[in-house]
Ligand binder design. Structure first.
Ligand code: MG
Ligand code: ZN
Length: 390
C-alpha cells in the first residue's frame, strides 16, 4: 500500500515536472554568436513631425519584447540596416528590479508593467502578500475600453498572464487559463490550447468561451473574415514555434487584434503584444534566434505604427520586462546583414531596458524610471481617475 502510494506520488511528480518543463524547455545553451540575415524587411518611411497626433491617447498598444535589451535591438538594427523601432522618437530607460530580486523574472516584470506594483519573482498579478492587483487591462475594461492580448508563447505564459490573471505562481497554467473567463477581454491570440481543454478540473474553457459569445479559432488565417465581436485564437497546443516556423503569425495576429478592437464599439482599447521568444534565444545565447525574433517583432510593430498614423489617438509603446543574456554586439556589417554578438549569462540580467514611444502622449516616456512608472503613465494618459484605483 505504502509502496503503491509512493509510486503514484513519484508518477504525479514526473507528470507535473514534465508539464512545467514543457513550458520552460527553452533555456539550453547553444552558444551561436554570429548571424547573417535571412530576409530583410522594408522599414516604414514616416515623417513624424508632419503628423498631428492628439495629446492624449484613446488607444494604447503596448509591445513587449521579452528579454529585449539594447544589445538585442541593435543586433536587429545591424542585420536589417534599420528597424521600425528607430521611427519611435521618444526614448527612455526602464529599471526592472523586482521586490525580492535584483534580477527580475517575467512574472514580476510583467506584473510591474501591468499593475504598477513591484512583486516577487514568479508572481502573476498579485503583490508580495499574494493580494490580487488590478491590471491596466482590467482598468481599461472597467472604463469601457476594448482589450486584447497577443503572444508568440502560450497565452498563459508569464507575460500575457500578468495582464489578465492573478495567481501565486507563473507555473499555474490551468488556473491562469481559467482567469481568462473572468474578464470581458475582446480578443486574445496565442498558444496554449491544452490549458483550456486538457484540464485537471475537467472544465472545457473553449465551450465556456463559445457560451460567452467568442468565436474560437486555431489558426490565424482561418479567422481572416472575423472583423469584430469577440475572438480567441489558440494557435498552438503549447508554445508557438520559433520565428522560422511560424510565418507571419505575429504580424497577422497584431493586425487582426487591432482590426477587431477598432471595429468594436468601445471607448478606445488597450492591446498588449508580446514577442516572447527574444528571451528564449537570449537564454540560449543564440544570435540567430534572438535577432530573428527581434526582426519579427519589428514587423508586427509596423502594423501598430500604421494604425497609429492613421488614427492619431493611439499611443504605441515598445519596451521589455527585463534584459536576457547580458547580450552585446561585438561586431557587424550592415551591408552584409551580419552581426557578431557576445553574452555574459544564460539567464536574465539586471540592466535597464530601453522604452520607445510613438503617437498620442508619447513624449511622457522620456527619461529613466522604474517599470512601475510605465503603468502609472498609461493610467494617467487614459485619464482614469486616481480615486478609482483599487
Ligand atoms: Mg514572456
Ligand atoms: Zn527568460
Amino acid at each position: 500500500m505504502v509502496k503503491r502510494l509512493a509510486i503514484l506520488l513519484i508518477g504525479l511528480l514526473v507528470i507535473n515536472g514534465f508539464e512545467i518543463r514543457a513550458q520552460e524547455d527553452y533555456k539550453e545553451l547553444k552558444k551561436k554568436y554570429t548571424y547573417t540575415i535571412e530576409k530583410k524587411h522594408e522599414v516604414l518611411d514616416i515623417d513624424y513631425d508632419a503628423i498631428r497626433f492628439k495629446k492624449r491617447p484613446k488607444n494604447i498598444i503596448l509591445i513587449i519584447g521579452d528579454g529585449m535589451g539594447t544589445g538585442q535591438v541593435f543586433a536587429g538594427i545591424t542585420v536589417n540596416n534599420g528597424l521600425n523601432i528607430e521611427q519611435m522618437p521618444y526614448v527612455g530607460f526602464v529599471k526592472t528590479q523586482s521586490a525580492d530580486n535584483y534580477v527580475t523574472d517575467s512574472g514580476a516584470g510583467g506584473t510591474a508593467l501591468s499593475t504598477g506594483v513591484r512583486t516577487y519573482n514568479g508572481a502573476i498579478g498579485v503583490d508580495v502578500n499574494g493580494k490580487k492587483l488590478t491590471t491596466i487591462l482590467e482598468y481599461a475594461d472597467r472604463n469601457g475600453k476594448g482589450t486584447g492580448l497577443v503572444s508568440t508563447s502560450a497565452i498563459t505564459h508569464a507575460t500575457p498572464a500578468s495582464f489578465i490573471a492573478h495567481q501565486a505562481h507563473r507555473n499555474m497554467y490551468e488556473q491562469i487559463a481559467g482567469d481568462f473567463m473572468n474578464t470581458d477581454i475582446d480578443v486574445f491570440i496565442g498558444g496554449g490550447a491544452d490549458f483550456f481543454t486538457k484540464r485537471v478540473d475537467g472544465r472545457n474553457l473553449i465551450l465556456e468561451l463559445n457560451e460567452k459569445g467568442y468565436h474560437v479559432g486555431y489558426n490565424i488565417d482561418e479567422v481572416a473574415s472575423k472583423k469584430d465581436g469577440k475572438l480567441a485564437v489558440l494557435t498552438a497546443v503549447g508554445h508557438n514555434p520559433g520565428y522560422r516556423d511560424r510565418g507571419e503569425l505575429l504580424s497577422k495576429s497584431t493586425a487582426k487584434a487591432i482590426e477587431i478592437l477598432s471595429n468594436n464599439d468601445n471607448k478606445g482599447f488597450f492591446l498588449m503584444v508580446e514577442g516572447s521568444q527574444i528571451d528564449w534565444g537570449s537564454h540560449q545565447n543564440d544570435a540567430s534566434y534572438v535577432t530573428g525574433e527581434v526582426l519579427d517583432l519589428d514587423k508586427a510593430l509596423a502594423e501598430a505604427l500604421k494604425f497609429a498614423i492613421e488614427d492619431k489617438r493611439t499611443l504605441v509603446i515598445v519596451t521589455a520586462d527585463h534584459e536576457t543574456g547580458g547580450m552585446s554586439v561585438n561586431g557587424g556589417n550592415t551591408s552584409k546583414g551580419y552581426v557578431e554578438t557576445g553574452f555574459t549569462t544564460g539567464d536574465h540580467s539586471a540592466v535597464m531596458v530601453p522604452i520607445f514611444a510613438f503617437g498620442a502622449g508619447a513624449e511622457e516616456f522620456i527619461g529613466i524610471y522604474d517599470n512601475t512608472e510605465v503603468f502609472e503613465k498609461m493610467y494617467k494618459l487614459f485619464k482614469f481617475k486616481q480615486e478609482d484605483k483599487d
